[in-house]
Design a protein. Structure first.
Length: 193
């Protein structure tokens, strides 16, 4: 598989994950350069009422971590976390919106919804990263990011705690990178360098 090139034009890194992805985030976030000059958005499958993710991630990184609020502007150098039980959408004016429509892949937030709307807004200035998980959510969204010219990364299914989600993505898109956590850190730290 040919590895893609990294340009200096990325505005958003969007990360999707489900079962097994928290361990990756806990390894990835503390290792990131503080001057990446982009926003990081995390869309993780969580049960309604789960609210400790922001606090946990805040303890692991020097980046500010916050839960997304309705109509909030997307600012660089901030980590945003999709709230439980809402779909997270990106708007053309580079704000977030929250949606209570039907679950997709039994999930709300659904990774596909966020990936697809982010691709519509950011196109080639978007990096999509899909991590461990137990369903096919994120595969079609990652394909849309790739079609929009964005950079795409899939966690190596051989390393993922739950390989199904990365495997499903590899069935529908040839990402720029298939990588273990160490390589993912290296790739992300080369963004906007």
């Amino acid at each position: 598989m040919a590895e893609g090139s990294i340009s200096n034009r990325y505005e958003v890194l969007i990360i999707g994950g489900s079962a097994g992805s928290l361990d990756v985030l806990i390894q990835l976030l503390p290792a990131l350069r503080r001057d990446l000059d982009l926003a990081i958005v995390i869309v993780q499958h969580r049960k309604p009422g789960e609210s400790l993710l922001v606090e946990l991630l805040n303890e692991k990184t020097s980046w500010p971590v916050k839960e997304v609020e309705e109509k909030e502007s997307i600012e660089k150098n901030t980590i945003y976390v999709a709230p439980a039980d809402y779909h997270l959408l990106f708007e053309k004016d580079k704000t977030f919106s929250l949606d209570l429509s039907e679950k997709l892949h039994y999930s709300r937030p659904a990774i596909d919804v966020s990936f697809e709307t982010a691709a519509d807004v950011y196109g080639a200035a978007l990096v999509g990263l899909l991590l461990s998980g137990a369903n096919a959510d994120g595969a079609e969204g990652l394909k849309k990011i790739k079609m929009a010219g964005g950079l795409t990364i899939v966690q190596d299914p051989l390393e993922a705690a739950v390989s199904y989600m990365p495997e499903q993505a590899l069935d529908v898109v040839e990402p720029d990178y298939v990588a273990n956590v160490g390589k993912i850190v290296e790739i992300v730290n080369r963004l906007n360098g």
